[in-house]
Design a binder for this molecule. Sequence first.
Ligand code: DX5
Ligand code: ZN
Length: 220
Amino acid sequence: MVSAKIAPSMLSSDFANLASEAQRMVNLGADWLHMDIMDGHFVPNLTIGAPVIESLRKHTKAYLDCHLMVTNPLDYVDAFGKAGASGFTFHVEVSKDNWQELVKQIKSKGMRPGVALKPGTPVEEVYPLLEGENCVEMVLVMTVEPGFGGQKFMPDTMSKVRTLREKYPNLDIEVDGGLGPSTIETAAAAGANCIVAGSSVFGAPEPGQVISLLRTSVNK
Ligand code: DX5
Ligand code: ZN
């Protein structure tokens, strides 16, 4: 049985107080901290890069689950490795030709490789990345169009989670976008075990309660 990983998305945190926001989430029970890296090209939004990961790493030992919404992920592997990223998840849509090299380099920098797919990308596209020596260790199924927090969960994406869970019982399957108390049951029933949640956690009066509710649903 795969274990639940609850990963608050720091995109919804107060970036001016990132270290204390990260600590607050860890104290409230977060397993991972989800870091959204956007380059203003792969997605129409611009966020943070390796220097911020490096600064945050000085304040926390937490698992930094980095989601790279960038056109050229290979360009960033070295910097994120040096900065102290824990997981490096790149998008399959921009890595069709070089995913083997990417996975090799991610592992050589001591990070855990993951692959993400947008809502419109067929699940079959990640199958080759799950076979052989240079395989990824997590699949991130986007449940909204990447780019912004606070969007509505797309239930149609659950067929991809179900298909992956049937084929790979031990795989870490992450869902990202619109997850919270009203959508977690659907995602957990489909087989997701790594849950990213931004606005539902940071916007709640009691974020710790939301984190534990998400975990309870996955572990049911
Ligand atoms: C969207 C990001 C998400 C986002 C999730 O492109 O990948 O991680 O922060 O935010 P919520 O949970 O608010 O949908
Ligand atoms: Zn994300």
